[in-house]
Design a protein around this ligand. Structure first.
Ligand code: ZN
Length: 163
């Protein structure tokens, strides 16, 4: 609904009201009164449509404001990390917490990595668990070997006997 249409209806109703006040002929006055009633009814309908649009847009503004806040928070969280290679086997990258000197807040957090796909795609921060040669994400269940296995000892160096 266009606000200018509502304004035109109200203006037209106001002009009819002026005519009605100044009209001395009863028949003409009755005709003007009928037109005025129609215009007022039209303006009321248009006003309710305008209000409906305003309420709808207000809801949209609130939704968008919330989304902007979410994105700002995500961006702020992401700025605390940088993409870094994890481990020495292949090319496995994860977000590494920046050094304490570069952090604006929560600078006392211990060094850690977070899962890149979880953070970028699912928008979830999942700290990677590193155990020995392997790295795990408890959120997406990804399990990646990040270090090569130590070379196997030859049988001659074994100090025990295999059966
Ligand atoms: Zn993950």
């Amino acid at each position: 609904m266009d606000v200018s249409t509502l304004v035109a209806s109200v203006t037209s109703a106001a002009e009819l009201a002026k005519l009605l006040v100044n009209e001395r002929d009863r028949q003409k006055a009755a005709a003007i009164e009928g037109q005025l009633t129609d215009k007022i009814t039209q303006a009321q309908i248009q006003l309710s449509q305008v209000l409906g649009t305003v309420i709808e847009k207000d809801g949209l503004i609130q939704t968008l404001t919330e989304r902007v806040r979410e994105l700002e928070a995500q961006q702020s969280e992401k700025s605390r990390y940088r993409l870094a290679k994890l481990g020495t086997l292949g090319d496995f990258f994860a977000y590494k917490l920046r050094p304490a000197a570069e952090l604006v807040e929560r600078a006392d957090e211990p060094a850690h990595f977070i899962c890149q796909p979880c953070f970028d795609i699912s928008k979830q921060k999942s700290v990677l668990r590193i155990q020995g040669l392997w790295c795990y994400c408890t959120n997406c269940k990804a399990r990646t070997q990040i270090r090569p296995a130590p070379p196997r000892k030859s049988s001659s160096s074994n100090s025990y006997t295999r059966w």
